[in-house]
Design a protein around this ligand. Sequence first.
Ligand SMILES: *Cc1c(COP(=O)(O)O)cnc(C)c1O
Length: 442
Amino acid sequence: MKKNIKNDSKDSKKVAAKGYRVSSKLIHGPELMTKQWDFSHHVVPPQSSSVTYAVSSAQRGALGFIQFASDKDVHKTPILIYDRLEEPNRNMLEERLALAEGGEMAIAFTTGMAAISAILGVLTRTGEHIIAHHTLYGCTYSLLANWFPRDGRGVTFTNLLDIEKVMREIKKETRVIYLETPSNPILEIIDIGELRKAVDKINAKRKKEETIKIVVDNTFATPFCQRPISLGADISLASLTKGIGGFGTDMGGIVVGPKELRHPLMMYRKDFGGVLAPKSAWPTLVYGLPTLDVRMRKQQETAMRVASYLENHPKVARAIYPGLKSHPQYKIARKQLIDCDGNFAPGSMLYFVLKGKPAVAWKSGSTIIDYLAEKSLVITLAVSLGMIKTLIEHPSSMTHAAIPVEEQEKFGIDPGGIRLSIGIEDSCDILNDLDTALKLIK
Ligand SMILES: *Cc1c(COP(=O)(O)O)cnc(C)c1O
């Protein structure tokens, strides 16, 4: 690594990859030669595995600490000191994720939850207030409902589909509006642009440090289908464990946003310690992100077929998929879920409810889930999502069990609702197994 300290002749070969499409840059990186690491012969970046880094002099070591603590240029070659500060594999991944999401900078964390708690930790303090959509990933709900109030941060859960109502919930202490779109698990689509307009009116009357930030969890859509910052969000975040990682081998989380948040997020990550391990950054850098485009195209095509099949099935009461015209926010979906070529990109996630009263629907649901768990090669009963393998689960008793059942029903999570995350298997196999399972119920 000592060689890394001086810029050598390879510097001259650093060619900015201008004119290339994002999907190509996610495979090769934004530049021909990365500034993050000095290697020129590896076609695949070496997997970095060093907790600490040798520096050539005490002065250089001191400079490393000064640079880290200053709000420096994101793209400068860092002086590497210690894994918890900066690290080449992770830095390269962050650079590409900023690019994928169309943000100024990205900071990676151990898990999606570590990313969420870090950005909310940076944006709010005791006495301040967060407004969140009432359907959220179960652990995010639990973080906001159980932990934040303990240190005096107020949280109001409300329906972000009703922007006027949201505006009425805003207090002078409100600093964050937090949402998922599409939401987990029922795939509601919240209009980020309309929310931006409404929040801007309030922010115009506030001091800069008291403005409200819009934070969007983009895990379901992935940057292939949606770039929230381009739609008006201040911050886009995601669990790398899901669609971006894609292969289900590693956990991770990312926060993407304006460069003034880089410094506080890096300081927060250094001190709270939830830094993404290089060994987990590497598979996402080498396998996950480069294949996001091809995986999502295939998954989405199958998801559309499965959604149409479920929508027309006599035993299904409701099939929810942003690609179906029957989706309650279809118009907003058409506007927001767009791939880099400008095509409608409704994603790989589906939600459906079987016919009958809630208890009956749940019983029918368990019948098909149990059958698939036992007999299907291509549909696996498991939480997580966005993987190359198709996963089925029951949100009410699994991913969203942290939300009390009465609350779940109020917010539209049916006791018998079933979530499907479509993988890259042959779509006929997925449809055949679903069809066989649905034959088992009355
Ligand atoms: C899974 C998930 C998270 C949390 O991510 P982890 O990597 O499991 O910590 C956050 N938001 C959504 C929408 C998720 O599906």
